[in-house]
Design a protein. Structure first.
Length: 195
């Protein structure tokens, strides 16, 4: 005797085979059930809906995971900044649900930003990019500029390791460098780039 199928594909294949046999040989199966094909189509519709729902769940899960990763990144930066802000009274961190480091210490000057690079695009916009100094708490960056050989002056401030601006804001042959800043003060300048 044949064994009833166990997998979905085998069950659906058998349902179609039963229906096909009923249609082609109605005299041989006078008591056939017309419900087989109806229930097979009903199952396939529900299966398709399930697959669509699973695809949506997978997409939503990936998006939620990415959003959580971004939240963790933002929170870590906030906590790092909060630690710098409360260096004199670290117990204030309890006000935001955090605890001070087990060994409170003063915030040190940030190290210098590294790998400062400049790029001028086809629209004559300048894009400065650099890397955050390792192991340093940074509040913001000061971008300094000078005409070649002139005095350094503050050109702009950025809260991210990048800055874009129009060439019209600079003198020809300007040089740039970047300093990281935190509550302890300004760190050493980065390498210099010319535009």
């Amino acid at each position: 005797m044949a064994e009833f199928p166990k997998t979905e594909n085998e069950i659906v294949s058998l349902a179609y085979a039963i229906n096909s046999g009923y249609v082609r040989h109605p005299d041989d199966f006078p008591h056939r059930s017309p419900g087989v094909i109806f229930h097979c189509k009903y199952f396939e519709g529900k299966k398709a809906a399930q697959q669509n729902a699973l695809a949506k769940v997978e997409i939503a899960t990936k998006r939620a995971g990415a959003a959580l990763d971004e939240l963790v990144k933002v929170m870590r930066n906030c906590l790092k900044q909060a630690q710098a802000d409360t260096k004199d009274i670290p117990e204030k961190l309890y006000l935001i649900g955090w605890a001070p480091n087990s060994r409170p210490g003063s915030v040190e000057l940030p190290a210098c930003p590294v790998n400062l690079a400049a790029e001028v695009d086809t629209y004559k916009d300048v894009h400065l990019r650099w890397c955050k100094p390792d192991q340093s708490c940074v509040r913001n960056y000061i971008i300094e500029a000078r005409a070649e050989g002139g005095q350094w002056r503050i050109f702009d401030i950025s809260y991210k390791p990048q800055l874009s601006f129009s060439c019209s804001r600079t003198e020809s042959h300007a040089e740039f460098r970047v300093r990281a800043v935190n509550t302890a003060g300004k760190g050493l300048p980065s390498n210099t780039v010319s535009v």
